[in-house]
Design a binder for this molecule. Structure first.
Ligand SMILES: [Zn+2]
Length: 239
């Protein structure tokens, strides 16, 4: 089981989330997508934690920019998809799709989700019911399709939808309020989207991330997950 601490990076510009995760049994820690060094070091210092790993979901600079400096500072290993070997800064440990990686006694499954980029992966901690979705799934929306095709993104979304509904997911950016209008427009269930937004707004007002929400909530409220078929998904992409 892991503890999860979200760390807002590039606040006010790109609003990235990095995450500090710690295996409760061994106290071994890892950073997910460290996009900025300062806020991460502040949190690690406050908790007296030296992370042993950096886990990257994909190669984009706003997810990997802290890799080299933090690797030097903590002497930690950078972990990512072997397909992104030439694009992730300082990569030490290459992962294959479907592989299981361990942070102490907590294990995570590597789920391949091409679409936003080719080589994007998710880290799924089944025992902790936690899924780190990088730039593939956000609250109420999905990532831009930069390297893959809409069909690849659709297939990736179906993989996410096949995971247990009580899984909490942790996205790579805070985009919730930007996505609200679109979610309300497409929603078949306005009340549930309204409730989702109220929860999100009240957390944001307290200086917290809007999430986490469960995949079940997301399947009902996110227009890209609630699309009934691929045709509808394509229509929603062109909203
Ligand atoms: Zn990205």
């Amino acid at each position: 089981m892991i503890n999860i601490t979200p760390i807002l990076c590039r606040a006010g510009t790109m609003d990235n989330y990095s995450y500090l995760i710690t295996d409760k049994q061994s106290n071994i820690s890892a950073l997910i997508d460290p996009s900025e060094v300062g806020p991460i070091v502040t949190v690690c210092q406050a908790k007296s934690i030296k992370p042993q790993y950096i886990l990257n979901t994909h190669h984009h600079f706003d997810h990997t920019d802290g890799n080299l400096e933090l690797k030097k500072l903590y002497n930690c290993k950078v972990v990512g998809n072997e397909e992104d070997k030439s694009r992730i800064r300082g990569l030490d440990i290459s992962l294959k799709k479907g592989e299981i990686f361990h942070i102490g006694s907590s294990q995570c499954q590597i789920i391949s989700v091409d679409g936003h980029t080719i080589g994007h992966i998710l880290y799924y901690f089944a025992d902790s019911k936690a899924l780190f979705t990088g730039d593939t799934l956000f609250n109420l929306c999905i990532g831009g399709i930069f390297e893959g095709t809409p069909e690849q993104m659709w297939n990736s979304i179906q993989k996410i939808k096949s995971l247990p509904e009580d899984t909490l997911f942790y996205p790579g950016h805070e985009y919730t309020l930007h996505a609200a209008r679109e979610a309300l427009y497409f929603s078949q269930n306005d009340k549930e989207v309204q409730k989702y937004l109220q929860t999100a707004q009240s957390r944001l007002a307290q200086g917290l991330p809007a999430g986490p929400f469960t995949l079940g909530e997301e399947k009902r409220c996110n227009p890209y997950l609630s699309a009934a078929n691929y045709e509808e998904f394509l229509q929603r992409l062109n909203y």
